[in-house]
Design a protein around this ligand. Structure first.
Ligand SMILES: [Zn+2]
Length: 377
């Protein structure tokens, strides 16, 4: 079977042709979580390439040559584009210190100049060589890397750069609300020109900002699905910048939540001792004054049923009233109004889902359809 080699080198080593480590980590994470990941990759070969043919990912650069993943050609290369979609079967985290074939093994296959060192990506392996990585690598468990260690992340984001990304995110959110056409690519390109990272890196960063917003129970931009490949310090910075740009005090929920989520993702944790007498701290938070009559009016209008799922309140309170939460469809933190045209009564499930659910955006649409007094803000 014809096989192709695509190459990866960290952007810190080659600004022009490299790709940030964090992007590759995100891609491998996406593959691990969802079982599928496609990405467009530089692909020089065009003629005769067929969908389903084998592609190997060779790591280059300071960490040494290694095969770190493989997959299949997912589309026939188009003319003059230079890219082709590859769907990955396996892609190892480039910082995991494991590989599918080490430099020594690759050099044992061939030392022919330029094969593993190719400057191009998407080249065909010659037929005498192609069968060797196939039998060595496919279905193999990862083995320890004997090459030099890869840096844990790409060049660090400085605060100004992060701030510019958050600003752009909020601008995009405003544009969408105002019903304006959104050119995300142009925004990433602009950031890319200002700070010198790839456009893709900014797209992932925007998805990290969605993640921070989702942890705060806030609304994120449809099309920028929350991505959680973010460390606690960057998440904390994003949270701080958001508060600063919106003129609020920082609530500091995100850093803790990221730590919890990252630990949950590990799937196993030694049993923690906890604390017999947890410390109490007093914090300052920003709250919005809410009109009590709006709340009462909405509860009366709901007649004890959730206005989202139409189910009866799941329990009665100690004083015998049906328990429902009053929720602002455009959230107060997103500058929604405190009026009955922007408020609904919800069961606790729907209420939480509208804050933290993956489908929160479509639930909002459902509310606008179902509750006729609502006016879109
Ligand atoms: Zn409900």
């Amino acid at each position: 079977m014809p096989s192709y080699l695509i190459s990866w080198k960290p952007a810190t080593e080659n600004e022009e042709r490299g790709w940030p480590v964090e992007d590759l980590i995100a891609l491998s994470e996406r593959l691990r979580q969802t079982g599928a990941a496609q990405e467009r990759w530089r692909f020089r070969r065009r003629d005769g390439v067929k969908v389903g043919e084998r592609v190997f990912v060779v790591r280059q650069g300071r960490a040494g040559h290694a095969i770190i993943g493989y997959g299949k050609v997912a589309e026939i290369p188009k003319r003059n584009d230079g890219y082709t979609a590859v769907s990955f079967d396996i892609l190892l985290n480039p910082t995991s210190k494991s590989v599918l074939a080490t430099e020594d093994e690759l050099h044992a296959i061939t030392t022919k100049r330029g094969v593993w060192n190719t400057m191009a990506s998407g080249i065909a392996l010659s037929s005498d060589v192609a069968s060797r990585p196939e039998s060595l690598v496919v279905n193999r468990e990862p083995i320890p890397d004997v090459g030099k260690p890869t840096e844990p992340t790409g060049a660090r984001w400085n605060f100004d750069e992060l701030r510019a990304a958050v600003e752009s995110y909020l601008e995009m959110q405003q544009a969408v609300r105002a019903g304006k056409e959104l050119n995300k690519k142009a925004i990433y390109r602009d950031l890319s020109h200002r700070f010198g990272r790839t456009e893709k890196a900014y797209e992932y960063r925007m998805q990290n900002i969605s993640y921070v917003l989702s942890l705060q129970g806030r609304t994120w931009l449809p099309g920028l699905v929350p991505a959680r490949n973010v460390g606690t310090s960057v998440a904390g910075d994003i949270e701080m910048i958001l508060a600063e740009l919106e003129g609020r005090t920082v609530n500091r929920v995100v850093v803790d939540e990221v730590q919890v989520q990252n630990n949950v993702a590990k799937g196993r944790l030694p049993k923690p001792p906890g604390a017999r007498k947890p410390r109490a701290t007093t914090t300052q938070t920003t709250q919005y004054d809410r009109d009590l009559d709006v709340r009462a009016w909405v509860l009366i209008a709901a007649k004890g049923k959730c206005e989202c799922c139409n189910e009866k309140a799941p329990f009665t309170t100690a004083v015998g009233t049906p328990y429902l939460e009053v929720h602002h469809v455009r959230k107060l933190a997103d500058r929604g109004s405190d009026t009955v045209e922007n408020a609904v009564a919800l069961c606790p499930n729907c209420y939480r889902q509208l804050h933290y659910g993956r489908d929160a955006n479509s639930l909002v649409e459902r509310l606008y359809l179902r509750v006729t007094r609502l006016i879109r803000e």
